[in-house]
Design a protein around this ligand. Structure first.
Ligand code: FS2
Ligand code: SF4
Length: 546
């Protein structure tokens, strides 16, 4: 195996024996082979698009396959192997379809022609050099190809959440096909790959706008909300991950059962949506960000439903009460599939919850969030006045991910040491590093404004563009907004590329720069966009404020 797609890549260079995330070499290799299979499907789909033939099934397959390979989403080797089998069959059916329509598929790339039909044959193939990341010898080309692939993985995750709410965008699918096939094209120059990287950011903005419209269209605009972080004395289900449609179905199915529902990790912002407030059994948020889950699942007592990443390989005794759905999976955990209408039957989780103890309270009180674009616009006058009067000197976008490395204590420390006339704008699980600190408010505006999940970083971009308009500025970089982003997995990569596409400069990215950036590619990002790594809190505060 060789994997360097996340921030916790071993020794800052890549995992080669077993993932720091817990991924085995077999799972890592099968994930690479799944990506390779998707590239084969994309080659055929591209040929179809060139003559006006579309394959909607391929679009959905590519989207879901990419999502499955995101860090901490799916550790289930059998499920990944089944997906590869499905992909090969789909690819070959598509070729037949083209032939039946008089189109001869001439591409002889191995990704479009290889075949296998047993798990053993997949394991053998997945070990072959042409399949994995290291297939590309030139480190700059490899770096750009993988940067594009990781961006597209994040894009696929957001597209799938939109799709689950009945929204799809053909242009996004066509871009995924273009990007996947481009990573097999040896004729593309480094300059062309850099341009494609920026184009990935453009579609990143589009997919986040689509998901924002899907979420707010279905559940209303997030609004200021106090979320309970304590518990009550009833059996309960914990729902983790990002998929709001899954949450809605779980809430519907638990009505009148005596079973409560709590959010975990990235599902916390669901409480901000008006549509979910009507459920009396939607009690609050339990615990912290993803990496603390082993301890928190112990005290939660009830079943846990993962709708997406981030899964940490569980303790053996927890497997029987952990369920997965969508792109997520873990060997031994029951996986709940949707029927042809998208309905999921969560009754076995509810029945199990009834037999288990209520959660043990590990903290109490409330936290405040719900500052997505419409809520901030509703406060616009207050915010603009505070900036004009000097009560707010600067905003710090501290969106992104959390992770288990000690170096992430930097973000707690940074938030605590920020001057009292600054406001943090956040989204994603990065917020757990400071959302329970008492940082106070500025004239009633809380000093930590949480827009929502990582995809809601879109809201932060919309807010910045609105402020640029209000203050009549020509450049978004002239605003009193600084960017200190924490990243972990590939959804953060698409958020970063989206910000670059929108013209945001001088982003600090930490706790470490991606292992997949070669020195030359990192240099391009530094010279073109001013991206830089974090230093000490003191140095960085000086740099931002000095
Ligand atoms: Fe956090 Fe994990 Fe949101 Fe990432 S819960 S690092 O998936 O996408 O952010
Ligand atoms: Fe290592 Fe991250 Fe890849 Fe897991 S996802 S194998 S931790 S680089």
């Amino acid at each position: 195996m060789f994997c360097y797609q996340c921030q916790e890549a071993s020794k800052g260079t890549g995992c080669t024996v077993r993932g720091v995330c817990g991924k085995t070499d077999i799972v890592a290799n099968l994930q690479d082979l799944l990506i390779y299979t998707l590239k084969g499907v994309a080659l055929v789909a591209k040929e179809g698009l060139e003559v006006g033939i579309k394959f909607p099934e391929a679009n959905h397959f590519i989207m879901n396959g990419l999502f499955i390979t995101i860090t901490n989403a799916n550790f289930d080797d059998a499920a990944i192997a089944a997906k590869i089998t499905e992909g090969l069959a789909l690819r070959d059916e598509m070729k037949k379809d083209l032939a039946a329509k008089g189109v001869e598929f001439k591409n002889t790339h191995d990704a479009a022609t290889w075949t296998g039909n047993t798990v053993a044959s997949f394991e053998a193939k997945s070990d072959a050099v042409e399949v994995g990341v290291l297939a590309t010898e030139n480190e700059d080309v490899r770096s750009l190809r993988e940067l594009i692939i990781y961006g597209v993985k994040g894009m696929a995750a957001y597209a799938e959440h939109s799709f689950n709410l009945g929204k799809e965008n053909e242009e996004i699918f066509e871009f995924m096909i273009k990007a996947l096939t481009a990573t097999l094209d040896d004729t593309l120059t480094v300059e062309e790959l850099v341009a494609l990287t920026l184009e990935t950011g453009k579609f990143g903005v589009d997919v986040m706008a689509d998901l924002d419209a899907a979420n707010t269209g279905a559940y209303g605009n997030p609004e200021i909300t106090e979320v309970n972080i304590g518990t009550r004395n009833k059996p309960a289900i914990l729902i983790s991950g990002h998929d709001l449609k899954d949450l809605e179905q779980l809430l519907e199915q638990t009505q009148g059962t005596g079973v409560d529902v709590y959010t975990h990790g990235e599902m916390l912002p669901a409480h901000y949506y008006p549509a979910f407030k009507k459920y009396e059994n939607f009690v609050g948020n339990y615990g912290n960000s993803w990496w603390k889950q082993k301890e928190e699942f112990e005290t939660f007592n009830g079943p846990i439903l993962f709708t997406t990443n981030c899964i940490v390989p569980p303790r053996e005794e927890h497997i029987k009460r952990i369920y997965t759905t969508g792109a997520s999976g873990y060997p031994g955990c029951v996986h709940i599939e949707a029927d042809e209408n998208g309905r999921k039957d969560f009754s076995r989780i509810i029945e199990q919850a009834k037999t288990l103890e209520a959660p043990v309270e590990i903290e109490n009180g409330t936290i405040v969030g719900g500052f997505a674009h419409e809520q901030v616009f509703a406060l616009a006058d207050k915010v603009v006045d505070a900036v004009k009067s000097g009560a707010i000197k600067k905003f710090f976008v501290m969106a992104g991910c959390d992770g288990r490395m000690k170096s992430r204590e930097y973000y707690t420390d940074f938030a605590e040491k920020l001057p009292k006339d600054t406001v943090i704008l956040t989204a994603g699980c990065a917020k757990y590093r400071y959302n329970k600190l008492d940082l106070g408010d500025i004239g009633g505006i809380p000093r930590v404004l949480d827009a929502g999940q990582c995809n809601d970083s879109y809201s932060l971009a919309v807010i910045a563009l609105k402020l640029k308009e209000v203050f009549e500025l020509n450049d978004v970089n002239d605003l009193p907004i600084a960017y200190n982003i924490a990243w972990y997995e590939q959804k953060a990569v698409i958020v970063l590329l989206a910000l670059l596409y929108l013209g945001v400069k001088n982003i600090k990215l930490g706790p470490t720069l991606p292992a997949f950036l070669s020195p030359n590619v990192a240099k391009v990002l530094v010279e073109t966009f001013g991206i830089n790594g974090i230093g000490t809190v003191e140095e960085d505060l000086e740099q931002f404020l000095g």
